[in-house]
Design a protein around this ligand. Structure first.
Ligand SMILES: O=P(O)(O)O[C@H]1O[C@H](CO)[C@@H](O)[C@H]1O
Ligand code: HPA
Length: 325
């Protein structure tokens, strides 16, 4: 790596990057080669050549929200949809989890051009975090301005009920505490700065709009706002782990989203996060029930109608907000 140039402007240090990521980085421990900027441009160009849609909003569908049952779900409500299987997309990983289809869907929602990931990549599937988030950078290169990241999550806040929706106000990057971060490694300034701030990760205006839309749709009684955290998975958490997370202010627990949001903010996408509370987090040894993925998918199916209508309206409103600013 060549060094960074530093100079001073109005008393502050300004860094001018001299380098970009090397063509293909060395393997990073588990056989995954890093991709160069140019490879992601190739991926974006491939996608743009396969669709006439020029998306401004990107959506990541959480477990069970991206058409597990092929109809009625969030991804299925996209109009004039063009679906591209991940296997056909150059440099793209493949989805291995039940409830994640593995397709990029281009089309419109409420007349706003969108791209939706019908299936995301998780750390526990064996992908390093940067690779889980590669589609976010591809979205940026497609021209996307806003990322809507949805997920299924366990409700840790005792007031939350199964089937509630949680607007993500903030996150705690538990994996980052241990040094695992999607931005780990050489920084390519064409995506964003070496040290991106994260204090305003979840757009305040979008959160206000989401509360307003919840009122309009008469679902305000099930829409909450809270703090999400991601653990590496794939096991669900122990009672002690959940009690620790509760103490530090976590409201919902999952195995995704945080690293996608970090990657999105790094490349200056605006972010809205939405969790579907699919199960109760078990915080007492007296409770008989245990978390399981079938329940997660079932609750996704139960709530797909509400979720679809809510996200479609949000896309419309965010699209309008995007044009206004
Ligand atoms: O975060 P999403 O992809 O919605 O899925 C959540 O649900 C799965 C567990 O049931 C895990 O993958 C967890 O992250
Ligand atoms: O309880 C949970 N824990 C972690 N991830 C999850 N995804 C859905 N529910 C959960």
């Amino acid at each position: 790596m060549s060094p960074t140039n530093a100079s001073y402007e109005n008393g502050s240090k300004v860094f001018t990057p001299k380098n970009t990521l090397p063509e293909v980085e060395t393997e990073n421990g588990n056989g995954h080669k890093r991709y160069s900027y140019e490879m992601l441009v190739e991926t974006a160009q491939f996608l743009l050549s396969r669709t006439s849609t020029r998306p401004v909003i990107g959506i990541i569908c959480g477990s069970g929200m991206g058409s597990y049952w092929n109809e009625g779900s969030l991804a299925e409500s996209i109009v004039e949809a063009e679906r591209i299987p991940y296997e056909e997309i150059p440099n793209f990983p493949v989805s291995t989890v039940e409830g994640h289809h593995g397709k990029m869907v281009f089309g419109t929602l409420g007349e706003v051009p969108v791209v939706a990931m019908q299936g995301r990549f998780h750390y526990y599937e064996g992908y390093p975090l940067w690779k889980c988030c590669l589609p976010v950078r591809v979205m940026k290169l497609l021209g996307v301005k806003t990322l809507i990241a949805t997920n299924a999550a366990g409700g840790l806040n005792p007031r939350y009920k199964i089937g509630d929706l949680m607007i993500v106000k903030d996150h705690i990057n538990m994996m980052g505490f241990a040094g695992n971060n999607p931005l780990h490694g050489p920084n390519d300034e064409r995506f964003g700065p070496r040290f991106p701030p994260m204090s305003k990760a979840y757009d305040l205006e979008f959160r206000k709009i989401a509360k307003q839309v919840a009122k309009e749709l008469n679902i305000e009684n099930i829409v909450r706002e809270g703090v999400y955290t991601c653990l590496g998975g794939p096991n669900f958490e122990t009672v002690a782990e959940l009690n620790m997370l509760k103490m530090v202010g976590v409201d919902a627990v999952g195995m995704s989203t945080v690293h996608e949001v970090i990657t999105a903010r790094h490349c200056d996408l605006k972010v809205f996060g939405l969790s579907l509370i699919t199960n109760e987090c078990i915080t007492s040894y007296e409770q008989d029930n245990e978390a399981n993925h079938e329940e997660v998918l079932d609750v996704g199916r139960m709530r797909q109608d509400v979720l679809r209508k809510y996200v479609a309206r949000l896309v419309e409103e965010f699209g309008r907000e995007e044009q206004r600013t």
